[in-house]
Design a protein. Structure first.
Length: 444
């Protein structure tokens, strides 16, 4: 499987594979790096079945090391700088035998760890003679879960040939969407563009400098891009496709984005760390409805939530019970509406607000508040209410200073003109801190 991928990469030997700032590495150079690291890793004693943490961000060296570890048949555990605070706990959870750290100069530090534990999912990978991949849930509703994949099954989808694109590596190195974007780009001879950081300015500079065609990102980042005014100040004309996922897209954000980037296709994506990324398509660029599926995936709605059965599903968790039912279906926990083959993702079932028996989707209220001038970010959630069970609460970050009483007055008036009264926030807080995580996902 990895040999086939390397042959595909060799077909594009003269093309640029990875670009960061003024530096560019060809596919031939990337493959040479893989072969060099294969020799080094083997000499150090890393072999098939070894559990190896790869602490790194996107770079030619880290990508080459990922490929080399997969080629060896190791279990790769990527940890990005965004997870630095949790890194020690994640390394222990993964039962790592080795830790590879790649610094900003692409120097590699190799450390061996003593561990006597061996999870049954790792034994399954050894029996299959297949490399593995371990990802971690965000931990937003508790401790992170360790998610074990058969890497071969995840890579199977990249056998189909697609168009080569200049793609910005926005989704993180240890994210299922980042993994999907990286291998989709490499397997088709595209260019992986690594921005200096994830600030609006750095993203805009990378898009302009490298004439990026594909920007995979999140609704939160796209909203920040809109309110920053960067789309008017920088050249984004090279973009042919913007994909967004990880959280519901506010309708107001999608409408504004479609107006400012009329030549770019806007495509909703859907996937989970436990299952991989499904193929998706929408009726038109301004639609929040999406078709989901593709080879190896089945979907259905049961009890209002989306259920998925996937050939590439994880083997299971390292630290939690098996979540699949007897027939292999996984309850995503995402509330959806369905019309024929189309789905509309409304949000997490766990985040639904119950106001005296009336259901409120936070994303719907956030979309309305985002239209209000002066709002940089908004997060809506439910809070306990002695009278109604729950009430709607909104936290906002402002573009310019404003008193709490002024904001409450104009926000409530604005919402009452667009929403039923039970959906209008009864409590409003002003935050001076970002309302999103390092992964550009709203934090409720």
């Amino acid at each position: 499987m990895i040999s086939a991928l390397k042959r595909r990469l060799a077909e594009h030997s003269e093309r640029s594979a990875v670009a960061s700032g003024a530096r560019s590495v060809s596919y031939a150079e990337l493959l040479a790096s893989v072969e060099r690291d294969l020799r080094i890793l083997t000499r150090e004693g890393i072999s098939a079945g070894a559990v190896v943490v790869l602490r790194a961000d996107y770079s030619p060296r880290s990508i080459g090391l990922f490929l080399a570890l997969a080629d060896l048949g190791a279990v790769v555990v990527p940890i990005s700088p965004a997870a630095a605070v949790q890194a020690a706990d994640l390394i222990n959870l993964a039962q790592a035998e080795w830790v590879l750290s790649v610094d900003q100069e692409e120097e590699v530090l190799l450390m061996r760890r003593e561990t006597t534990e061996r999870h049954r999912h790792y034994e399954t990978l050894r029996e299959r003679n297949s490399p593995g991949l371990v990802l971690f849930s965000s931990g937003s509703t508790g401790a992170p879960k360790g998610i074990v994949h058969d890497l071969g099954l995840l890579l199977d989808k990249f056998e189909a040939r697609r168009a080569a694109q200049r793609t910005l590596s926005f989704l993180l190195f240890d994210h299922i969407g980042g993994f999907n974007t990286l291998f989709h780009t490499l397997s088709n001879g595209g260019l992986v563009v690594v921005p200096a950081d994830h600030s609006i300015g750095a993203i805009a500079a990378a898009v302009t400098q490298h004439r990026v065609e594909l920007l995979p990102t999140s609704p939160t980042f796209l909203n920040l891009l809109l309110v920053s005014g960067a789309l008017e100040r920088h050249d984004f004309s090279s973009l042919r496709l913007i994909t967004y996922g990880t959280e519901p897209m506010p309708e107001s954000t999608l409408t504004r984005l479609a107006a400012l980037l009329p030549t770019a296709k806007l495509q909703q994506t859907y996937g989970l760390s436990e299952l991989g990324i499904l193929r998706s398509s929408s009726p038109d660029r301004g639609s929040l409805w999406v078709r989901l599926g593709g080879e190896g995936y089945e979907t259905k709605v049961q009890g209002g939530t989306l259920r998925i059965r996937a050939r590439s599903a994880m083997l299971g968790y390292l630290n939690a019970p098996d979540p699949f039912d007897a027939e292999g279906w996984f309850d995503t926990g995402d509330l959806v509406e369905q019309e024929g083959e189309l789905f509309r993702i409304r949000g997490r079932q766990s985040e639904l607000i119950n106001v005296g028996g009336q259901k409120v989707h936070p994303a719907e209220v956030e979309s309305v508040i985002a239209e209000l001038p002066g709002i940089a970010e908004v997060v809506v959630r439910g809070e306990p209410s002695a009278l109604l069970g729950q009430a709607v609460m909104a936290r906002v970050r402002l573009l310019s200073p404003e008193t709490a009483s002024e904001l409450r007055g104009r926000l409530r008036k604005f919402c009452l003109g667009r929403l039923p009264s039970y959906k209008v926030p009864v409590r409003i807080e002003i935050s001076t801190e970002p309302l999103h995580s390092a992964r550009f996902k709203r934090q409720r």
